[in-house]
Design a protein around this ligand. Structure first.
Ligand code: PGA
Length: 250
């Protein structure tokens, strides 16, 4: 299975900047990309991505989806609306959503379910804070976060993507070491294997200050199936370099 590299633009970009970034990515696209690649943009730009990326090797997605199907939820965007813009992926449960918007494990699980029902692949983000790691609670926390999604989506578990993003590594320049990341990925893999006979279809991405200097070493770990890239996905040369770091027979 190809590695999966996903850019998370967060609340960055603009019509002109997006066009320039996407143009540079497509011009610099490697002849033999050993990875599936997508970018997750702010909602207002999904139409732009659909227009500029249709028919290219670069897929696109959203950074969130509502837990509700439709109705009086001012400011929210439903999974069905994301499907209108041909999103292939939607992040759910990013730590910034959990932290700044109070999203619980239950809410995240419902979002994953809504996204799947719309025919979109949810990228379910899990990860521990520094305090949780220091208290030796990393495994407990990530397993609890993932268990909630597995419980809710049931037999569709094999259709999700999981992203392990230690909160202390996001946007801090402090990456988990390949061994630290691999250890948590192995725990998540075992949990997925216990939940579904098709766990081999599920990609587990690492996210948190991944950059051209550390990507290759992270991406060659046995249970790291790709990356979720924040800051470095906003610079075409860095994002292309991470894509090029994927082992050809990964
Ligand atoms: P970062 O962000 O690569 O800037 O650390 C990753 C993320 O939050 O998805």
């Amino acid at each position: 299975m190809n590695k999966l590299i996903v850019g998370n633009w967060k609340m960055n970009g603009g019509l002109a900047d997006n066009a320039a970034l996407l143009g540079a990515l497509l011009r610099g696209w490697p002849d033999r990309a050993a990875a599936d690649v997508a970018v997750c943009a702010p909602m207002p730009y999904l139409a732009q991505l659909q227009q500029l990326l249709q028919g290219t090797p670069l897929a696109w997605g959203a950074q969130d989806a509502s837990a509700h199907p439709h109705g009086a939820y001012t400011g929210e965007t439903s999974a069905a609306m994301l499907r209108d813009f041909a999103c292939r992926y939607a992040l759910v449960g990013h730590s910034e959503r959990r932290r700044y918007h109070g999203e619980s494990d239950d809410t995240v699980a419902t979002k994953a379910q809504r996204v799947l029902a719309a025919g979109i692949t949810p990228i379910v983000c899990v990860g521990e804070t520094l305090a949780e790691r220091e208290a030796g609670r990393t495994e407990l926390v990530v397993k609890r976060q993932l268990a909630s999604v597995i419980h809710t989506v049931g037999h569709c578990t094999s259709e999700i993507v999981v992203a392990y993003e230690p909160v202390w590594a996001i946007g801090t320049g402090q990456t988990a070491t390949p061994a630290q990341a691999q250890a948590v990925h192995a725990v998540l893999r075992a949990q997925l294997q216990a939940a579904t006979a098709h766990a081999d279809r599920i990609r587990i991405l690492y996210g948190g200050s991944m950059n051209p200097a550390n990507a290759a070493e992270l991406l060659c770990q046995p249970d790291i199936d790709g990356g979720l890239i924040g800051g470095a996905s906003l610079k075409s040369d860095e994002f292309l370099s991470i894509i090029a770091s994927c082992p050809v027979h990964g």
